[in-house]
Ligand binder design. Sequence first.
Ligand code: JFZ
Length: 464
Amino acid sequence: MKKTILILTIILLMGQIMGQQPAEQKVLTKDERMAWWREARFGMFIHWGVYAIPAGVWNGREIGGIGEWIMNRGKIPVRDYMEMAKQFNPVKYDPDAWVQMAKDAGMKYIIITAKHHDGFALFKSEASKWNVVDHTVYGKDLLKPLAEACQRHGIKLGFYYSQAQDWVNPGGSAARKLTKEGWPNPDSVIIDAYTKEHNGHWDPAQETRTFAQYIDEVAVPQVRELLTNYGKVAVLWWDTPTGMTDEAATKLQALLALQPEIITNDRLKRPNFPGDHKTPEQRIPNLADLDGTDWETCMTMNNTWGYKSYDHNYKSPQTLIRNLIDIASKGGNFLLNVGPTAEGEFPPESVEILREIGKWMKVNGEAIYGTTASPWGLFDWGRCTKKTTKNGTTFYFSVFNWPQNGKLTIDNFTGKVTSAKLMATGATVKTSLTGKTLNISLPPSSPDPIATVIKVEVIGGKNK
Ligand code: JFZ
């Protein structure tokens, strides 16, 4: 008897020890890695860098195009741009406030530009002195406190990293845009001739090293720093594969093993490094374009990603909320951008927009989080999202255009409605079934002109 107990105890103890094997041994499937992302549906993009100082103006001249491209669009010499950057001093930077604003808007993750095309690192780097700690009067790592704030608030943090384009660290590539208004820069005919021969470069200082050297000496070590020094990194958001080689992409991709649960986008190198999700930019795909791959639309609130002092062309909260609903109804994520000022504040218009989105999300967020695409596609009057529940299915019908006659109809509907309510008021609405057409009777006026959600719970039926 004693012997049996002893053996049993040993077996139990061994079981416990084995159970404590480190969790990182487990390789997650893509579905497991994507689970939180698919549930989240809504995130914040942050484009922040020293370009927020000129904020779209160089030598008294407004430089056209997106703010974070000012160095390229203005063909600013490396030395001048670096000199300007020394004064970067975001004394009003309050990462807790930023994260709180994202959270209050209903966003579940944040992606920030750790390094944009100008090569400036918002973090301490041993690979290049062109970083916030070593180059500016501010002298402090900007990502550390943001990572800590995200941790505190339960928000996921991802890093945008411009792996190929780098206009300051020598050897980085430089894309040339020719078609947009203002290109080529009329004041720099000679420089433009130079860029033509030099793959988009406009300053010999950009060419004192090869692209391969830049990858080995800057991009690879910096991505390693980002994936090592900031705790859990939820997303690596690559951008513009200009000049990328398979060799460079392979080296960068290998670093992702440092964060086994990380999600990446499709911009490392095309087409053979597809990543986990697609990145439609400034547009929402049509249903016909979708092929089952995960996707995330990124979009600006005004017409720039990086802060520009004179861009006040903001989209309305209504447009942005309806965009979010439209995207969720098609099964995608929405990454909405904020471009903070050089002092470290969100522009007041962005703060107001986030607040308005938050008001809607507080009432109706259930119609977004963890939902999947509409089985019926789009409606003239609005959109639909869907959630499978224990007992059946819940449909969320978001009404953009309130029907004059108070009636909504959904064709090809099957199953039994057990509850139908307006999320804004909690009021029950009447439903009836005519063959396979669901009829919903609505009150005469819309409780929420932006989008009123009708939550319909259904048992049975084959609504895919
Ligand atoms: C890139 C950047 O150049 C830009 O500054 C910003 O960061 C944005 C989010 O991404 O711009 C792109 C990238 C891809 C396309 C267009 C602009 N694209 O695929 O059409």
